[in-house]
Structure formats: C-alpha cells, structure tokens
Design a protein around this ligand. Structure first.
Ligand SMILES: Cc1cc2nc3c(=O)[nH]c(=O)nc-3n(C[C@H](O)[C@H](O)[C@H](O)COP(=O)(O)OP(=O)(O)OC[C@H]3O[C@@H](n4cnc5c(N)ncnc54)[C@H](O)[C@@H]3O)c2cc1C
Ligand code: SF4
Length: 403
C-alpha cells in the first residue's frame, strides 16, 4: 500500500512541489528512498531541511502547497506527499534515528533563542548542528508554541509532538522554562551574556474588534483561549464563532467537543473563507452551523445570557441569543513586549528585520510569526533555519577577533 503511494511519484524534471514547499524539502528524493524501503536515508534527506517531518506531514496545508502543485494532480490525484513524509517521520521516531547525521563540534560560541515554537526550535537545532551552544528561553513550561497549544489534539496527536521535540532536545540544547522575556528575563542581559540572540515570540494575541460588549466575561479571542488551555463546559450553550479561517474552524470544533451548539458567523461567502475546504466540511459533518455574509455589531448582556446584534450584507439587522462569543479574526504580536524591547517595529508592531534576519540592534535576530512571515508551521521552520545560517554567517566574521 505504502509502496504504491510512493511509486506514484513521477520524479518529474520541473519539481513544482519542491518549489512551493516553504522548506524546499527534496520531495522526489525522500519518496525514492522510502519507496526502496530505506527509511533512514529518506529521513536523512528530510533532516537536511526540516526538523519536524512527522508533524508537517500531518498538518501542513499541503493541498495548497506541495500536493496542490503536483504534476499528477493535472490528470487526477496528486502524490500523497504529506502522508509519505509523516510515515518517514514516524519511522524515525520508532527506530530512534538521530535528527542529524553529522553535527559540528562545539565552536565555543553561544546563542540565546527566545520562544520555543517551531521557529525557535528550528533555529536552535540548526545552530546546534553548526556547532553553537544554544539555550532556549520559553515562557511556558513546555515547548512547541502553537503546535502544542494552538493546533487541537484531535488534529494532531500530541504524543507524536512530544517524541519529535525529544529528538530536538537530545541534540544537547539547553531549555529554560517559565522564562518570560520582559518579565523575568531581559534583552539587554541576554545580549551581554550570549554572542547573539534570536527572537521567535510568535504573534498570538487575538484581534478583537472595538465593539460594545467586547469586554464581557464570556467573550474571548480564539488564539488566547486555545493557548490558555482552559476547558469550558459548554453543554447546551449557544456559542458563536466569528471568522472564516482555519483558526475559526479549530475553535468551532473545540467548542463543539465541549458540548456547545456552535454557529460560525462569517462576513463573506462560503467561497471566500480562508479555511481549508477539508476543515470546513469536517466542521459541517460535526453539525456546526454556518451563517455567511453576516457580521457582529455589538454584544449586550442580558443577565446570564447575551444578545449578539448581527447584520448581513442586505442591511438586515437581527438579534441572536447566545452564551459565548469567540473571535477568530486574526492575531497580532504582543505589542507591550515588542515595544519594551527597544527594537524598530513596523506599523503593525511586528519586529523589523533586514534580509539577514537582523533587527535594529546588532547581534539580535528575529524570525517566524513575530516578523510577520507567512503563518504556517513549515514557513516558521524555514524562517528559523534561514536565521540560523544568517547568525552563523554573522558570528563567523568575528572568528579570531573578540566580539
Ligand atoms: C489555532 C491555530 C491552528 C493552526 N493550525 C496550523 C496548521 O494546521 N498547520 C500549519 O502549518 N500552521 C498552523 N497554524 C500556524 C502555526 O502554528 C504558526 O504559524 C507557527 O506556530 C508560528 O511559529 P512561531 O514559532 O513563529 O510562533 P509560536 O508557535 O506562536 O511560538 C512562539 C513561542 O514563543 C513563546 N513566547 C511568546 N512570548 C514570549 C516571551 N515574552 N518570553 C518567552 N517566550 C515567549 C510562546 O510561548 C511560544 O512557545 C495554526 C495557528 C493557530 C493559531
Ligand atoms: S513541509 Fe508541507 S509543503 Fe513541504 S513537503 Fe512537507 S507537506 Fe509538503
């Protein structure tokens, strides 16, 4: 069965799948080795570019990326690249393959990485491979960032994540948990202590429109709510989710599992939704309702219940009684933290970097969601890897000189 899937790859000359993969994984080559039954070789090919194949193989939006551009898709079904990548990642976990075939000896230089999401983990891993001593500072007492607290368990088996993270930590990376930049650790101290600092803080503060009722008790931002890991008992409660993104679908499906009667309200048509079609149809199968071309004007508390004032494209206003409202209309950076860092920011508060990931402070680098890279795990991993090579290039210029 597996061979059949892997054999299906044409190994075509143009390789459009590789061109659109944010990580530039050598897809035909890892498929070739796995087809020959050499999973170690296949994993080694993947490890040149990525540290989380078992995870990306499951949750990467491949229908828009590699599989969406597969030549086979022109005449039928694409090669199941995500599935094959996940099988190789799983084999590596089961057989305990080391993440990297070769690691440079320690070179005497050290780098601090702040934030243990995919961007930070990728940067730390590639720096470690290049010979740096790396310490990650993470505000939570676990690693993974949104992989751990954003993507729900029913979409991504958290045991696979734990085992994938174990491989990374086993590279010899130090981790300081409960270390919150701006609260109990500070940029100027890290800059003094380390040869370079990499910031990968993500952008996970929920956007909430400034409407009346936004501060009511049962009104939440989806990102912040998912990160808090609070489980609500929503049995029999009317829950509204505002938004049409993948995060909105995740939030809706989490609320459904907590027992809620869930309604997704989206300002555009069903075709305009940013969420993957597959995620929308899963939500529909789970009896989540949808209301399109509709938006929210205000929320009024009515004792224990709320009334959401809604309006649609035709100018029609109406009231929808509900108990909870979750906004999933995007996320932004933590402006308080970013401002306090004393770095140049763009007009939306994202950290400004040059082409080499360097911020406005010499030796301080940033990547991933906090610099507004595209918001997928694969993009985050690619951003962290690129930053690691840029930090290496920056630090190498000081070889034989004191920094
Ligand atoms: C609900 C949801 C579902 C998603 N689903 C998918 C999906 O299916 N597929 C996909 O490819 N992408 C998905 N994404 C997007 C993807 O998860 C992110 O783009 C990616 O995780 C960004 O990586 P990052 O490392 O830059 O940021 P994050 O993953 O946010 O990691 C940032 C890390 O920094 C830490 N941190 C933050 N501030 C501080 C501080 N001041 N001090 C110390 N540590 C700090 C955080 O705790 C966190 O560990 C999803 C996003 C969300 C919100
Ligand atoms: S990271 Fe995503 S786009 Fe790249 S090969 Fe894996 S599934 Fe495809």
């Amino acid at each position: 069965m597996f061979r059949k899937k892997a054999d299906y790859c044409l190994n075509c000359v143009t390789k459009p799948c590789v061109k659109v993969c944010p990580l530039r994984n050598d897809i035909p080559l890892f498929i070739k080795y796995s087809n020959e039954g050499d999973f170690l070789k296949a994993f080694n090919v993947l490890s040149e570019t990525t540290i989380l194949p078992a995870i990306c193989g499951r949750i990467c939006p491949f229908s828009r990326l590699c599989e969406g551009n597969c030549v086979r898709k022109l005449k039928g079904e694409p090669v199941q690249i995500g599935y094959i990548e996940a099988v190789i990642g799983d084999k590596a976990i089961k057989k305990n393959y080391p993440l990297f075939r070769k690691m440079n000896d320690f070179n005497g230089k050290s780098v601090a990485v702040v934030g243990a999401g995919p961007t930070g983990l990728s940067c730390a891993s590639f720096l470690r491979k290049l010979g740096y001593s790396v310490t990650i500072y993470e505000k939570h007492n676990y690693v993974g960032g949104l992989i751990s607290h954003g993507i729900p368990d029913f979409r991504l088996d958290k045991e696979i994540c734990e085992k994938s993270f174990e491989k990374i930590i086993n590279l010899g990376i130090n981790i300081k948990y409960n270390a919150f930049l701006g609260k109990n650790i500070f940029l100027k101290d890290l800059r003094k202590k380390y040869d370079a600092v990499f910031l990968s803080l993500g952008a996970n503060v929920s956007k909430i429109p400034s409407i009346k009722g936004k501060n009511l008790k049962n009104v939440y931002g989806a990102n912040a709510f998912l990160e808090s890991k609070v489980k609500l008992d929503l049995k029999g409660k009317n829950v509204i989710i505002i938004g049409g993104s993948d995060t909105a679908m995740d939030m809706a499906r989490v609320a459904k599992r907590c027992g809620g009667n869930v309604l997704v309200i989206y300002r555009g048509s069903s075709k305009d939704m940013k969420a993957l079609k597959s995620e929308v149809s899963l939500a529909k199968k789970e009896e989540i309702s949808f209301m399109f071309r509709t938006n929210i004007k205000q929320i009024i508390s009515n004792g224990n219940n709320y009334n959401a004032y809604l309006y649609n494209d035709s100018g029609y206003n109406f009231i929808y009684p509900c108990d909870y409202v979750f906004f999933a209309i995007g996320s932004k950076v933590d402006e308080k933290v970013n401002k306090m860092l004393g770095l140049k920011l763009d007009m939306n508060g994202y950290i400004k970097v040059d082409k080499k990931n360097m911020t406005s402070i010499n030796g301080v680098f940033a990547g991933g969601d906090v610099i507004n890279e595209k918001h997928t795990v694969a993009h985050a991993l690619a951003s962290g890897r690129k930053a690691a090579y840029n930090i290496d290039e920056y630090l190498k210029q000081f070889d034989n000189k004191s920094i």
